[in-house]
Write a protein that binds this ligand. Structure first.
Ligand code: 6PG
Ligand code: NI
Length: 182
């Protein structure tokens, strides 16, 4: 069962009645991120990969504001690579972010500007600080829904192009049932 989005509870009149914004990405939105192109193309392209529900109280780009979101990442693999988010640097590259695990099992894959990659195990209750300058991508390494919450600055933005062009310099692959960063 999906972790429900927190109740929006505000005394600030400007925020009362604001909606949660929902986006979803299916496999076709993830074209090019997985190593096994043949396995990817055999899969149904309209398969839902993940959904993001966000509360964005400030206008995009507002300095000093914060955003909150929950990502629901479905289980699966493309070849032996775990289902994962597109991943990004922030457009304002020095902006940091918190991630924390809600349900299921994940791995947070991180890459600095020198393209050094490392990973952190994500589980219900784990907290992860992503410093500025560090690209971030989540993988679902379990067999059930993996969800995590995030908090990031409203002037962070997303730089997807860098990852789309060059990828991460390591991949999270299942070897004998265990995730390996290769
Ligand atoms: C952000 C967060 C987070 C992220 C989602 C989906 O900066 O907005 O890192 O909300 O966007 O988990 O991941 P992708 O944006 O990489 O598709
Ligand atoms: Ni981010």
């Amino acid at each position: 069962k999906k972790i429900i989005f927190p109740e929006l509870f505000f005394t600030d009149k400007n925020l009362v009645g604001r909606d949660v914004c929902k986006i979803s990405r299916n496999l076709s939105d993830l074209k090019g991120i997985f190593a096994d192109v043949e396995a990817f193309e055999k899969m149904p392209q309209d398969k839902l990969a993940y959904e993001v529900s966000s509360f964005l109280p400030e206008k995009e780009g507002t300095p000093g504001g914060l955003y909150f979101g929950i990502t629901y990442l479905y289980p699966g693999k493309v070849g032996n690579e775990y289902m994962m988010t597109k991943g990004h640097y922030h457009a304002s590259i020095d902006r940091a972010e918190f991630y924390w695990g809600l349900e299921g099992e994940g791995m947070l894959i991180l890459m600095d500007e020198q393209r050094n990659v490392w990973a952190e195990r994500v589980f219900p209750g784990s907290l992860h600080y992503i410093p500025g300058g560090v690209a971030h991508r989540m993988a679902n390494v379990g067999s059930s829904l993996f969800s995590f919450a995030a908090c990031w600055p409203s002037d962070a933005g997303h730089n997807y192009a860098e990852i789309a062009e060059k990828g991460f310099s390591a991949r999270l692959i299942e070897v004998n049932g265990i995730p390996h960063l290769i």
